[in-house]
Design a protein around this ligand. Structure first.
Ligand code: MN
Length: 202
């Protein structure tokens, strides 16, 4: 996906948004932090409910939209549609995106933590369409595979997200049973009730 984004990996992210309307961060490409890279999963009620699955790779958050959300159930495959890279400061974004703008709706930080690549260099694996992830989150843990279906594309590649059958696997595990934010403890409805300011600020 980086091919047509030129020097600025966040160009597509910024083009989709009007920052006079949304409180989402404008973003900058940060130097890689020390320690393990981070991941975040946001529960986003837009025109359709989905979970945004984001992995810190090379100074941005590589991102997928997962309609049914990630699961610890190793017998279930989840569709994950690759979307534009997001800035690292999206990591703890929680709040209301104005209706009518791109992604209008409400967002909670559903899970966060760090991750490690199970093999090789993450940027290489991302380009190759075959990532193996060890997640250390508050809800998600254990080994996941994230694999591209079909050929690389500049937009909306379809990937599959699968949990391996390891010690962290739980059959029948449903993300909707654990709806609260790991940042604020709030549900999406409670974030809306608090208004458009990001929870925890001001
Ligand atoms: Mn989203």
């Amino acid at each position: 996906m980086s091919k047509d984004q030129g020097k600025d990996p966040l160009r597509r992210y910024r083009e989709k948004r009007d920052f006079t309307l949304t409180a989402e961060p404008q973003g900058s490409v940060a130097p890689s932090a020390s320690g393990d890279p981070r991941f975040v999963v946001q529960r986003h009620r837009a025109s359709r409910l989905h979970y945004d699955f984001r992995l810190e790779i090379d100074g941005v958050l590589a991102s997928w939209s997962v309609p049914k959300g990630p699961t610890l159930d190793p017998s279930t495959r989840r569709l994950a549609v690759r979307v534009e890279d997001h800035p690292l400061d999206y990591f703890d974004f929680e709040g209301v995106i104005p209706t009518g703008g791109y992604g209008g709706g409400d967002v909670v930080v559903w899970d966060w933590g760090t991750w490690r690549s199970g093999h090789g260099d993450p940027a290489h694996d991302l380009a190759a369409g075959d990532l193996h992830l060890d997640l250390h989150g508050e809800k998600l843990g254990g080994r996941f595979a994230l694999v591209r279906r079909g050929k690389p594309s500049s937009t909306r590649e379809q990937w599959l997200l699968v949990h391996k059958d390891d010690d962290a696997a739980v059959r029948g595990w449903n993300p909707e049973d654990y709806p609260r934010s790991v940042r604020s403890g709030l549900t999406n409805d409670e974030v809306v009730e608090r208004g458009t300011r990001p929870a925890g600020l001001g």
